[in-house]
Structure formats: C-alpha cells, structure tokens
Design a protein around this ligand. Sequence first.
Ligand code: CP
Length: 317
Amino acid sequence: MNELVVIAIGGNSIITSNEQQSIQHQEKAIQAIVSNIADMLEGGYNIVLTHGNGPQVGLDLRRAEVASQYEDIPIVPLANCVANTQGGIGYQLQQGLVNELTQRGINKQVITLITRVEVAADDINFSNPTKPIGAFFSEQQRDVLMQEHPDWKFVEDSGRGYRRVVASPVPVKVLETDAITSLLDRGFVVIALGGGGIPVVQDGDHLYRGVDAVIDKDLATTLLAKELNADILAITTGVEKVCINFGKPNQQALGQITTDETRRYMSEGHFPAGSMLPKIEASLNFLAAGGNRVIITTPEKLPQAIKRETGTHIVTV
Ligand SMILES: NC(=O)OP(=O)(O)O
C-alpha cells in the first residue's frame, strides 16, 4: 500500500513578490512546483496537494473592490474570492502537473476539488483580523490606504512590509473529505483545500453559507491530513530545515527530531509566533492524531526530503 502524503504549498511560493503577480510569473513558479510533485509521484506516493492563496486572494479582492466603483459591477464577497483562487490556482496546478506527467509518460489523473471548510460562526477570530493577504506596502503607502479605507487593518509581515489582514477563523471540519477519499481510492492526485478552504458556517441543519474570512492553510491542511488518516504531512516554507537559535551564531538546523524534543524547543521559544510556531503546532497536532511523520522544508527540496535526504522530520519516537 502506497503511503499517503498531504502536501501544503504556500501562496507565496506561487506569487513570490509584488513584481511577480502576473499569471505568467505564477505559471513559471508552478512549473517548478509540479516538477517536484511529479518526482514524488514517481517515488510511488499517493498525494493530496493543498495550497495557500494569501497573495492571490488579496489581489482578487482588490480587483473586485476597484471594479465595484463602476455602478454596473457588483462587489464580490471574500468567500467567493477564496473560491475564485481555488479555481484559478487549482487550474494552473492541475494543468501544469498533467502536462508534466504526460511528458514523463506517467498515466495518472489529476483533479482539483472545490473544498469548503466549516468554521464556528462565533469564532473570536472574526473580531480580530490576523491573516495577511495581498501585496506588501511601505509604511507611507499603508498610511495612504488607511486614510482611504479606515476599516482596513494592516500588519507588518516578516520584515517585507505591511499587508492588509482579514479574519482567519479556526477550521473545524473539511466538508469534502469523503469526495477526496473517493478520488484517492480511484487513483487520482487530488488538489484540494485551496486557500485553506472556502470558509462556511452552519445556517440551519446541514445548510451552510460562506463567510468573509481566509483560513490558514497549514491549520486546514493538518485537519484534512487527520481526516484522511494520512501517513505523512509535508508543510513547505521558506527554509530547507527548521532551525533552533535562528539568526544567531549558534544557529542549528534540525534533521530528525522527536515530538518530545520539538515540545522542548517550543517551550524554549525557538519558534517565532506567526511564522514557524504555527507550523510546529500543526505538526504536533497531526502526530498526536496518529500521523507517522511531518516534513518541513522548501517546495524545491520536497523530492529529497521525502527520501529523508534533507528537511526537518518530526516523528513521535
Ligand atoms: N490561506 C493561506 O494560509 O494562504 P497562504 O499560505 O498563501 O498565506
């Protein structure tokens, strides 16, 4: 039985900077990603590929806001913008991966699944926006935007500038897990849960409606990996390996670590909040639910990391 790997790719691996937002730039980034996914498929793994949408959903929302200044063009709610990014990014990944597999002579079907995720209507995160979306702005640009849009909130993001933030409720349940399982059983590579899933709340018995938010894709991917009983969760990030004492002279990159060691490093404050910490918490959560292994590495290093040649591997024992 082939191992099931659930892989999360960040939206910023596809739009890498303000200057690289065009579809042509995104397709170039996607070509590199699908080549790595194809390598993993050749290694005999079953794969569910999830992706973020931070830069893309911010762009989509901005496009909708600008267009809605024309009286005949209605505004698009944020939940629909998330759905749009699932379709748009999913299409690019699906087409890129199908083409890559065809060129390699691999007969494997790929499908993108629109995926909804239930969140709690009373989630406290609705009143405290934390999820950065869209482009990076200078302090001066941010101040101008805040004057034009007093309801917009911003946060400084990773030393790269200011980004708009929106609500990011905790994912409670992936509503399309059964469909993903059926597709995996039939041999598909499944691209799902784009942008952390379209956030929906219960609106009566088994009835749902979309809400204006963007779910964190690492949290949502962990939830899906648990629901699918996946063997391996692969979380991609900007560094090849997780480090302790990051940025200090005694910085140390971590290869394989146990959950006990991970918890100790976490309690010693080695993993910054809003950056590596949520990925580490998600990893521990997946392993506590019975997962075998978590890999944290860059998208480029995934094929080597799955063979244990690089990356940080977190295991229970
Ligand atoms: N939705 C989400 O978490 O997207 P990014 O990973 O692109 O920020």
